[in-house]
Structures are given as structure tokens and as C-alpha cells.
Write a protein that binds this ligand. Structure first.
Ligand SMILES: [Zn+2]
Ligand SMILES: [Zn+2]
Length: 286
């Protein structure tokens, strides 16, 4: 199951190129070995210790490319775990995004005042994406040893196959399709669509936001977070299995923080590629 890129013979159509929009990631992510190495050790690091949590809140997680890449690397490479799927699940991702959804919702609900930042400033990251920062580090010379001596080249091929991520996006497509940011969605005319569904970039571009919109977005984020908490628990020894709405929650959370380019791309590629590879646990959406 390694080596396939986006399923066999997935066509690179112009339509798919348009789906990725300005917020990338472009088409199949095509992560470099160094990106996979960085993200794989990021996943194994202590992301939720106090100082890291503060840094990740300030930067609102990672840049769009590395946010989706973070989810992809965890889903594709995590081989064994608790819960119904026993791996290939975005556990680290949901833990981080529960925290970031709460952080942004709280910020948006805050009262504006002269003494504090405007409430919608919470949509603007302070500080860089730490993966971009590490990639640009001058001390980076060639390919360093991967986490626990893992074979980074092999892991990169596996991650770039996107098999399990594509399966998740397909299975839950009907549930998240109506929640896509209208400005990320090439099928929605510019400026149309429900502004409550805007991703953080497209919301930020409309600042200052009217107060009712801020509160509506905050409660939407809390609703996503509520579903995602169940999903996180389902990936532990004590959690109950979850349904499709919980399974879709992480895509909605990551879509808010990183734009919708990748799930739209994967869903379009999947509907055009009817003969799918043997993805375990995948139920084709249609
Ligand atoms: Zn980055
Ligand atoms: Zn958007």
C-alpha cells in the first residue's frame, strides 16, 4: 500500500488545481523527507506541555501546508493504537485542535475594549510556523536521523500515498461538504455563502467582524470541538466508538485553521478515480 500517489492514475486536472486555491496545499501534498521527519518527531514530542501550548496558541498551530501535513503524517504513519481503527487516526491533531478551537472561540467572544487587542485579532497568528522555522534553520544539513531511527525515506513514500487520509475525506464527504469555507470553495461565487463558515484566513480578511458574526463563529467552533472531544476519546482505551459526525469533526477543525484545499482536492480526486486501492477500514462514501 505504499508507493501510490493519490490512488492509481489520479488525473491532474485543471479543476483539481483550482480546488487547492490560495491556501494550498497544492494537489497531493508531496512532502519532502525532511518535512516528514520534522513532523514525525513533532508528533512524538510533548506538544501539550505548557510552553509549547502557549507557542502553538500564539501561532495558531502551523502554517496551512504543515497543518494538513501534520494530520497526513499522523494518519498515514500511525500504525497501532486504541480505538476502532487501531491507528491511522489523527489523535495528536485532535488534542491540539481542541485546545486551539477553545482558544479562538474564547477570543472571539471577548468584549472589545480600548485596553485590549480587538477580539478578532485572535485570528491573526503571532509567531511563525515552527516546522517552517525548523526547515529554514541554518544548522540543517542534509537528512538527519529520523525519530527513533525510523527510515524517513520509506515513511515519506507512505505519507505521500495519502491512502488513509483520502479514505477519511471520502467517508465523511457528505457531512463536511456543507461546512466548507465559502471563500475556499471554488463552487461558491466570490463573496457569497454563509460567513459563519469562513476559515480563519478568510474571516481575518473581513476584519473588523460584526459582533454577531464573531459570536456565531465562536459557537460553531465550540460545536466542532464538542464532536471532536468524542473523537479524541474514541482513540483511547476508555472511549466509546463514534459516528460519522465525530469522524468529520477533525476535518472541519483543520479546515478552519488551514483552509479547505486538501479535503476538496482529495474528494474530487477520489470521485474521479472509481477503482480504489485496498484501503483498510474504508467505506466508499457513495
Ligand atoms: Zn509551515
Ligand atoms: Zn477559507
Amino acid at each position: 500500500m505504499t508507493g501510490h500517489r493519490n490512488g492509481p492514475g489520479a488525473p491532474e486536472t485543471r479543476e483539481q488545481g483550482e480546488l487547492t486555491g490560495a491556501l494550498l496545499p497544492v494537489g497531493p501534498l508531496e512532502l519532502s523527507a525532511e518535512e516528514v521527519r520534522q513532523l514525525w518527531s513533532f508528533i512524538h514530542g510533548d506538544i501539550m506541555d505548557g510552553s509549547m501550548r502557549r507557542l502553538l496558541r500564539a501561532s495558531l498551530g502551523l502554517c496551512p501546508r504543515h497543518t494538513w501535513a501534520y494530520a497526513v503524517v499522523e494518519i498515514e504513519l500511525w500504525q497501532a493504537g486504541a480505538g476502532a481503527r487501531g491507528g491511522h487516526q489523527p489523535f495528536d491533531v485532535t488534542v491540539l485542535y481542541e485546545d486551539l478551537l477553545a482558544h479562538v472561540a474564547e477570543g472571539l467572544d471577548r468584549k472589545g475594549s480600548l485596553l485590549h487587542r480587538h477580539p478578532d485579532d485572535v485570528l491573526l497568528p503571532v509567531g511563525p510556523c515552527r516546522i517552517c522555522e525548523d526547515m529554514a534553520s541554518p544548522s540543517l544539513t542534509g537528512l538527519r536521523m529520523g525519530y527513533a531511527n525510523s527510515n524517513t525515506e520509506a515513511l515519506t513514500v507512505e505519507a505521500n500515498g495519502l491512502a488513509h487520509t483520502t479514505a477519511w475525506c471520502r467517508e465523511t464527504f457528505q457531512l463536511w461538504r456543507g461546512a466548507v469555507c465559502p471563500d475556499c470553495d471554488p463552487d461558491t461565487p466570490t463573496g457569497a455563502g454563509d460567513p459563519t463558515l469562513l476559515c480563519r484566513f478568510h474571516l481575518a480578511s473581513r476584519r473588523p467582524l460584526p459582533e454577531p458574526l464573531r459570536h456565531a463563529v465562536a459557537s460553531r467552533l465550540r460545536e466542532i470541538r464538542g464532536r471532536m472531544r468524542h473523537l479524541t476519546e474514541s482513540m483511547t482505551d476508555y472511549g466509546a466508538p463514534v459516528g460519522d459526525e465525530e469522524n468529520a469533526s477533525w476535518i472541519e477543525a483543520v479546515g478552519f485553521f488551514a483552509g479547505w484545499g486538501l479535503p476538496l482536492y482529495l474528494a474530487a480526486a477520489a470521485t474521479e478515480t472509481e477503482s480504489e486501492p485496498d484501503v483498510q477500514g474504508a467505506e466508499p462514501a457513495e
